[in-house]
Design a protein around this ligand. Structure first.
Ligand SMILES: [Zn+2]
Length: 256
């Protein structure tokens, strides 16, 4: 097996609500009293619950609501809240992995209409696959190589030199006990991505992975995907990485 093929239920997919483009549509996460199948909560409106629209076959899909406020996102959070969200999410991800129920558990965030996201209210997702998944096809340690932007408190942030999508792709690698440093740099990276890649219209993804014994994350703005990638799996390496590293350091890390 050299591909992972996941079945997607079109009947459920068709009924999925959307309120990024249609802002008049109600937001279920703003009415937590109406939510069902809640698994865990934390301060500041953090809620982990079953995804009502579980479009993927042989999988448990969970939603992690990040905040009780609609229309705000990671760059708006206090340092404390950002750390709480990341600590909570990583802990739940590792718990699902160690439950023994799944062949693979993925943890990611879609934000904005070009990211694959449908809900405006800030949230992340966890999916536990019960069926066969070949995790050796997931990115490995080499995929997190890059030009270092900063290394601090057990976490490294770099601009990817083996990017998947190419433009503005950042890697974060942190020891498993450095979740706070991971959260701090993630917050700055999301702010950078949203400010500097205007064409993405604040659309971005965060994907979490394992890199040896460390935790890694890829953060990337989203645009229409390169046809070279879709058609031929040719990856794009942009020529301006040194400028991005310089700009990031000078304008986003001054007090870090
Ligand atoms: Zn909301």
């Amino acid at each position: 097996m050299n591909i992972n093929l996941i079945r997607f239920d079109m009947n459920i997919g068709r009924n999925k609500p959307e309120n990024i483009i249609h802002r008049e549509n109600a937001c279920p996460f703003c009415r937590p009293e109406g939510l069902t199948d809640i698994y865990a909560t934390d301060k500041g409106g953090i809620i982990l619950l079953k995804n009502k629209y579980d479009v993927l076959a042989d999988a448990d899909q969970l939603v992690l609501v990040e905040t009780d406020r609609c229309g705000v996102d990671m760059p708006d959070y206090t340092t404390e809240h950002m750390r709480r969200v990341v600590r909570f999410g990583v802990a739940k991800w590792l718990e699902m992995e160690s439950s023994g129920k799944y062949s693979a558990v993925i943890f990611f965030k879609n934000h904005g209409h070009l990211s694959g996201g449908t809900m405006r209210h800030a949230h992340m997702q966890l999916v536990g696959f019960r069926g066969a998944i070949d995790t050796s096809l997931f990115p490995d340690e080499e995929d997190f190589e890059g030009l270092t932007i900063i290394e601090k408190d057990g976490a490294i942030l770099n601009a990817a030199t083996r990017p998947r999508l190419g433009f503005g792709e950042f890697n974060l690698i942190a020891a498993s006990d450095a979740a706070d440093a991971l959260a701090d740099l993630m917050q700055k990276t999301v702010a950078y991505v949203c400010d500097r890649f205007k064409k993405s219209e604040d659309s971005y993804n965060i994907f979490f992975y394992h890199a040896g014994r460390k935790i890694a994350a890829k953060i990337m703005p989203r645009f229409p995907t390169s046809p070279l990638l879709i058609g031929y799996d040719l990856r794009i390496l942009p020529s301006n990485l040194p400028e991005i590293v310089e700009d990031f350091r000078k304008n986003y890390l001054l007090n870090t």
